[in-house]
Design a protein around this ligand. Structure first.
Ligand SMILES: C[S@@+](CC[C@H](N)C(=O)[O-])C[C@H]1O[C@@H](n2cnc3c(N)ncnc32)[C@H](O)[C@@H]1O
Length: 199
């Protein structure tokens, strides 16, 4: 499904970073190492690299990450792009100053496992920046997010608070906002936003 989507002309979610990441990225220690989970075609990774971070992007789609590498090259920056299923990817310990998760909707079992790893994969002072669709998206006019048949993939603030217990939440909110990210994320959309750091 994702390789097919990324085989289309252009960038599925555009080449500009996610708005929440753009507003909060400076909370990640300057010049630090950042891991972008489920990064697709690289818009967020390239933005961070342009701002001086050392960025690794992980996604299962080789087609998406090939475009991410080209986008980085077009912008004169380097990123490390790793094709991997997040189910098999070890986030490590004390090694990321930032972890970015934008619309990284994976099955609940994997999500909980990943979020458990985030707590110790971040360095002390390192931050997670996450935005994802909530189930309320099914009631909005917006385009984007998991289909109704996969409602278990949506996230919620209460769910994230319970999965990220070791982190200090600086921002944790559910809101409806206008999204304009390529042709696949558009319009009034219901999201959860988290900025949470390791104390
Ligand atoms: C909606 S896209 C978001 C892409 C990117 N984060 C962005 O904001 O532009 C979701 C991404 O999750 C990736 N993905 C889904 N399940 C995955 C898994 N188990 N392992 C790695 N990547 C996965 C897909 O390949 C896809 O690129």
């Amino acid at each position: 499904m994702w390789d097919q989507r990324y085989s289309e002309a252009g960038f599925a979610y555009g080449t500009e970073p996610n708005d929440f990441l753009r507003s909060e990225y400076a909370r990640i220690p300057k010049g630090g190492r950042v891991l972008c989970l489920a990064e697709g075609e690289g818009r967020n990774a390239v933005f961070l690299a342009k701002h001086g971070y050392v960025v690794t992007a992980v996604d299962q789609s080789s087609v998406g990450l090939a475009k991410a590498r080209r986008l980085a090259s077009d912008h004169g920056v380097e990123i490390s792009a790793i094709v991997a299923d997040l189910a098999d990817y070890d986030l490590g310990h004390d090694c990321w100053d930032g972890i970015v998760s934008i619309s990284a909707h994976v099955p609940p079992g994997l999500r909980k496992k990943l979020h458990n790893q985030v707590g110790h994969a971040l360095t002390v002072g390192g931050c997670l920046i996450l935005e994802a669709y909530t189930e309320r998206q099914l009631e909005t006019e917006g385009i984007g997010g998991p289909p109704p048949s996969s409602a278990e993939l949506f996230m919620s603030l209460s769910g994230l608070q319970s999965e990220l217990v070791t982190l200090d939440f600086m921002i944790g909110r559910e809101r409806v906002r206008n999204v304009s990210e390529g042709k696949h994320h558009q319009g009034e959309s219901a999201v959860v936003q988290v900025l949470a750091c390791r104390g």
